[in-house]
Ligand binder design. Structure first.
Ligand SMILES: Cc1cc2nc3c(=O)[nH]c(=O)nc-3n(C[C@H](O)[C@H](O)[C@H](O)COP(=O)(O)OP(=O)(O)OC[C@H]3O[C@@H](n4cnc5c(N)ncnc54)[C@H](O)[C@@H]3O)c2cc1C
Length: 471
């Protein structure tokens, strides 16, 4: 697909639509929109222009203009993505959603909230918790990412075992189509089988099928009790084998079971200057149990603690107040950031396997680590089978060798995951980073089906081209 350059007359039209203040063309300012949180620089590409619309109508006009002039548009939330999704790989327009940041309605009677896509995810809970309600989405980037980005990526996070991922909470969407029409999908109805389930097609479409401009989210009653356990194990194997046991034998569905190997935990503690007791442990589980009855929650976490000891745990620390809970979760939330400081050359992976296969994944990772001589620290949402193995470039290795070996190493990892019944991304998405590996887990017919959907709604391939698959 050949695109046109953004020229002065297009800039003038964009200014007419959103106002001069909200069109960015200065080269030094465009740089920050050339990447997301993917560490490797090879996935970066600067836009020609950034626009910051305030209304759905403005977005519709910009999309129509882009179709007329054949200019690609890449929607961008907070840019916290980990697959290059918000990077304009063909240049053109980056559409920043940060000004569409209002919480439009808290509908207590229907237990729903209506938000614009640029609302920071954490702000939703700040707004609804006083009313005894909560939004269950909890990506580890919750303090920075936008809800629109969460919907576009179908974000998972730390509470997916019990509460599921973003898709479970999206009741309705307003969307600007890739050709500029404004349409609605779903609504406040609990049941709705009126035609295709377009809303679920849009969730996780990575900004390739439409620009999300309004979101209706389901809320839940805010749990009254919550306890976190920080469980220390002597080694990775004992920690990871405890995970499926907790899920199947504990008789409890925890809110979270996060796994951290020693290197991940230590790196984050050092980065935060946090002094948690990790020195005797080879691996840790952070387990959360919540509910409405304190006694039941206590019985449940006692049962989980017992199971952990039976699986070889050395110590179980109980965090039952907000301050200590925040301390341990802060360590977990900052692992990715801490690794980036240690080495900018790394590949943060997002593989997912069925929960019963988690123990089998670890020896495969160790095998791959030995074969390529790369350290592969590992952490993640073990309770739902989603592990963030992070392949780190050894400092002594040349960039040339790293660049040759990394794709081979990734291919081995993805093949191993496929053999275990898993896939290459559980929550971070494909974007441009994993596009080249899609054929490992998707057949030609499956890819072709996706391509045909894309081209049916976006005949000019205007919206976020170069992501998920090539058209
Ligand atoms: C430290 C850290 C921890 C993280 N932890 C998690 C985690 O636990 N779970 C998880 O799932 N992810 C996690 N992520 C990844 C990231 O935060 C999520 O993918 C998040 O959903 C991205 O939101 P964003 O607003 O930053 O989107 P961006 O990165 O700006 O964009 C992501 C994608 O969404 C599209 N998009 C954005 N807004 C819209 C819109 N309004 N309409 C259409 N398309 C749009 C973009 O085009 C792009 O393809 C983490 C990232 C970091 C840096």
């Amino acid at each position: 697909m050949k695109y046109n350059q953004v020229n002065d007359s297009i800039i003038k039209e964009l200014i007419k639509i959103v106002g001069e203040k909200f069109v960015i063309t200065e080269k030094e300012k465009l740089e920050q929109y050339s990447h997301d949180e993917v560490a490797e620089k090879e996935y970066s590409h600067a836009p020609d222009v950034v626009v910051r619309p305030r209304t759905t109508e403005e977005i519709s006009k910009i999309v129509k203009l882009a179709n007329r002039e054949l200019i690609p548009i890449t929607p961008r939330g907070a840019g916290s993505g980990l697959s290059g999704g918000a990077v304009p790989v063909y240049g053109g327009i980056v559409m920043l959603m940060d000004r569409m940041n209002s919480i439009l309605e808290i509908d207590e009677a229907n237990m729903m909230v209506v938000v614009e896509p640029g609302v920071v995810t954490n702000d939703i809970n700040e707004a609804v918790s006083g009313k005894g309600l909560f939004y269950a989405g909890y990506p580890m980037s919750v303090e920075t990412c936008f809800i629109g980005g969460n919907v576009a990526e179908n974000a998972g996070g730390g509470k997916a075992i019990k509460y599921g991922v973003t898709e479970r909470y999206v009741m309705g969407l307003e969307v600007v189509t890739p050709t500029g029409e404004i349409i609605n999908m779903g609504g406040k109805r609990v049941k709705d089988v009126t035609g295709y389930n377009l809303k679920q097609l849009m969730v996780g479409s990575e900004g390739t099928l439409g620009i999300i401009t309004k979101i209706i989210l389901k809320l839940l009653p805010l749990p009254k009790a919550k306890v976190d356990l920080l469980v220390l194990f002597p080694d990775v194997k004992s920690a990871i084998t405890a995970v499926p046991k907790i899920m199947t034998k504990g008789g409890v569905i925890p809110t979270a079971i996060e796994f951290m190997d020693q290197l991940s935990f230590r790196t984050s503690c050092e980065y935060l200057n946090e002094h948690l007791p990790y020195h005797s442990a080879g691996a840790m589980l952070l387990i959360e149990v919540d509910g409405n009855d304190e006694e039941i929650v206590q019985r449940e976490y006692d049962a989980v603690g017992e199971l952990c000891f039976e699986s070889g745990a050395i110590e179980v620390y109980v965090a039952d107040n907000y301050t200590t809970q925040e301390r341990v979760w802060n360590v977990r939330r900052n692992i990715a950031e801490a690794f980036k400081v240690v080495s900018p050359h790394q590949s943060l992976e997002d593989v997912v396997v069925p929960i019963a296969s988690i123990p089998d994944l670890i020896p495969r990772l160790e095998e791959i680590s030995r074969k390529y001589d790369f350290k592969i620290p590992c952490y993640g949402h073990a309770g739902d089978g989603n592990l963030h193995a992070t392949i780190v470039k050894p400092p002594e290795e040349s960039m040339d060798i790293w660049k040759t070996k990394l794709p081979e190493c990734l291919k081995d990892l993805y093949l191993a995951v496929k053999e275990l019944g898993g896939t290459i991304s559980g929550e971070h998405g494909i974007g441009s980073k994993r596009k080249g590996f899609m054929n490992i887990v998707a057949s030609d017919a499956e890819l072709d089906f996706m391509r045909r959907i894309k081209l049916a709604v976006d005949p000019n391939n205007i919206l976020n081209p170069g992501k998920i698959f090539d058209v």
